[in-house]
Design a binder for this molecule. Structure first.
Ligand code: HEC
Length: 294
């Protein structure tokens, strides 16, 4: 595959997407779609190869830093913030909530493999009994309701504390998502997620991939676009713009709004399958949650 790199000017932001229809990117899109109903492992190799050619100095590990792997200026302020990270108190709150028993005396640890410690990099998971993708966020609420507690809201608030703590105990572990071969429904969920990422939508008629694959590292207004590879690594996120923590699905919904598309509900089947595809595609990238974003 030829690289798109030479075609792209690192420009001032006015000519955003000027080369979006560059031949090689088109070729990539075609290859990607030709591979639909294909082998996830092959997709993953193609995606890595695409970014390797595009950003030859980056290692797979570097993608855990999101856009800050690509933007040296933003990276400096990011690293400075990460020295006294605004998410730290939320990890502590999460740990307290995680260890506090439910009214029935049981606790979160009773619901998870490994008692919930160092397992976040294995989510989302395919649940063959239920026949659906279970994200860590959803598993937390399933644990609560199974123990007679109210479910927590999915976009922000207390669930982000629990997620922050659980992600923290998996920090540095390579993302390791499994698509079981003995259940074809898992592959279907992956394919639906893949289709979602690459399908155009909204009044602006963009796909997720338009920004984060074909145009990764280019600027849209003041923001540089992160690559899809590693995009699920740093969650939950303390976003300066939000002034608080948020979940990955909150960010998914925000990206729908940018292109004036109607977002699905957080933890809907569509967004869980999307997360399954994106996380599988980031296998091998270290988990780096929680983290800070602009
Ligand atoms: C118009 C361009 C555009 C489209 C289309 C778009 N996004 Fe984004 N997205 C952004 C910008 C800008 C940011 C903030 C900078 C960054 O991290 O890329 C962002 C950030 C993200 C992040 C956070 C990455 C991180 O490390 O913090 C995720 C995850 C994400 N987008 C997923 C999606 C998904 C899924 C879709 C499709 C439903 C999508 N985006 C569609 C522009 C877009």
């Amino acid at each position: 595959m030829t690289t798109c790199k030479q075609n792209h000017r690192q420009d001032d932001g006015t000519a955003v997407f000027a080369s979006a229809a560059g031949r090689c990117c088109l070729l990539f899109t075609l290859l990607f779609h030709a591979a639909l109903a294909a082998d996830p492992r092959q997709d993953l190799m193609q995606l890595r190869q695409f970014y390797r050619e595009r950003f030859p100095t980056l290692s797979l590990q570097d993608y855990a830093d999101g856009v800050y792997a690509l933007d040296p200026v933003a990276r400096e302020s990011w690293l400075a913030i990460e020295e006294f990270p605004p998410y730290e108190p939320f990890i502590e709150r999460g740990e307290a909530a995680f260890t506090r028993p439910f009214k029935n005396g049981r606790s979160y640890a009773d619901c998870f493999p490994g008692r919930g410690i160092g397992i976040a990099h294995n989510y989302p998971k395919w649940d063959s009994r239920k026949g659906e993708v279970i994200t860590l966020t959803m598993a937390i609420n399933q644990c609560r309701t199974a123990n007679g507690e109210e479910p927590l809201p999915y976009k922000k608030g207390p669930i982000t504390n629990l997620l922050a703590y659980m992600a923290y105990t998996s920090r540095g572990k390579p993302i390791d998502i499994v698509i079981p071969e003995d259940d074809p429904r898992a592959l279907t969920a992956y394919e639906q997620g893949k289709d979602y990422y690459h399908r155009r939508r909204g009044q602006l008629n963009f796909a997720c991939a338009t920004c984060h694959v074909q145009n990764a590292s280019k600027r849209i207004r003041a923001e540089m676009l992160s690559p899809m590879l590693g995009q699920t690594s740093g969650w939950p996120v303390y976003r300066l713009k939000w002034g608080e923590m948020g979940t990955l699905h909150r960010r998914f919904i925000g990206c729908h709004r940018q292109i004036r598309a109607k977002p699905p509900e957080p933890q809907s089947t569509a967004l869980r399958n999307l997360e399954y595809y994106m996380s599988y595609s980031s296998n091998g990238v270290p988990l780096n949650g929680p983290s800070t974003r602009k």
